[in-house]
Ligand binder design. Structure first.
Ligand SMILES: Nc1ncnc2c1ncn2[C@@H]1O[C@H](COP(=O)(O)OP(=O)(O)OP(=O)(O)O)[C@@H](O)[C@H]1O
Ligand SMILES: [Mg+2]
Length: 305
């Protein structure tokens, strides 16, 4: 029964919606076909939500989306008794309101959890039980048994220390885990091209190179994801319009780079420099320093190609 919900056609839908990631897409679909629950773990912007959204769109059973945060109480995830109706008629199944977990269990939907590591421990404990027992027991309501097509897929970001904790071994022991690292350079070019109509130029290629270089820089703890490349390219186009210039003019491209990337890179705690200085340095390495003959005469950035 379950195998009819996830299969080669799910993989085909994933391949159509996601740039590259062939291996990861296979692993995700195989885990779902095998009735396993799944965790995608990787830095920001590596396509975890893109893959999960594509899976959710491809499943015939619908999905229940949950954004993990500190306010996600067990009642918000599982469901609750309507307080006003409880006062009137007491606790009964009639006054119970399904939360996303109860709904997904009953309908065999995909429970899609973002940022699972921001979810408070007591709420996560509900999931531990659901994953091991295949059912949820609610005091005064009874058992909600998992439909055979019920699956949980979750995403988390291991590097984002703010408001996140490591999830417990009990969760890890009940899920299959697909690690998502940064996309290849060619895939990042293609992702940028999906978002920015004028991508595909030397300028766009150099922007992707710049963004990738932020992940290798010794002063930087966390570099920019491909989102930074997309923002930089979009910003450069509009800034160029406002300044009556072209996107790859140095003054336009550097300001777009600083604006798109300075908040995204996080320096090491011990670093004595600034994000702006680091980005400007990388920019000069890739596009050429200011006042070089080719830089000053045309005001254009140097192309490496
Ligand atoms: N493989 C991909 N195919 C198509 N688009 C992608 C791919 N990877 C990333 N993107 C694009 O990059 C952006 C970030 O991707 P996504 O939101 O999936 O990342 P994420 O891993 O969920 O990040 P976060 O940890 O911050 O939630 C999105 O705009 C998405 O469209
Ligand atoms: Mg995401």
């Amino acid at each position: 029964m379950a195998a009819t919900t996830y299969g080669p056609q799910t993989l085909a839908s994933l391949r159509a919606a996601v740039v590259g990631r062939g291996r990861e897409a296979e692993l995700v679909v195989a885990a779902l076909m095998a009735s396993r629950h799944l965790l995608l773990e990787g830095p920001p912007g590596t396509g975890k939500s893109t893959i999960l959204r594509a899976v959710a769109d491809a499943t015939g059973h619908g999905f229940a989306f949950v954004e993990g945060n500190a306010e996600l109480t067990p009642a918000r995830l599982a469901g609750h008794f309507d307080p006003a109706q409880v006062l009137e008629s007491g606790y009964s199944a009639d006054v119970w309101v399904d939360g996303p977990l109860a709904r997904a269990l009953r309908e065999g939907a995909l429970l899609y959890l973002e940022e699972i590591n921001r979810i408070p421990e007591e709420t996560l404990n509900l999931l531990v039980t659901v994953m091991s027992e295949g059912e949820l027991t609610i005091p005064r309501l009874g058992r909600i048994e998992a439909h055979p097509d019920f699956r949980m897929v979750a995403a988390m970001n291991p590097f984002d220390a703010v408001g996140t904790a490591r999830i417990s071994g009990a969760i890890y022991d009940r899920v299959c885990r697909v690690s998502m690292d940064y996309q290849s350079e060619a895939d990042e070019q293609q992702i940028a091209a999906k978002h920015v109509p004028t991508a595909g130029t030397d300028f766009a290629a150099n922007v992707v190179t710049l963004v990738r270089a932020t992940r290798q820089h010794p002063e930087i703890r966390v570099g920019s994801s491909v989102r930074g490349a997309v923002d930089l390219l979009l910003l450069a186009e509009d800034l160029a319009t406002l300044r009556g210039d072209v996107p790859d003019a140095r003054n336009v491209a550097l300001d777009a780079a600083l604006t798109a990337l300075s908040g995204r890179v996080r320096l090491h705690d011990s670093s004595t420099t600034t994000p702006e200085a680091v980005i400007t340095g990388l920019f000069d390495d890739i596009f050429g320093p200011p006042d070089t003959p080719e830089g000053s005469s045309e005001g254009k950035v140097k192309s490496r190609r």
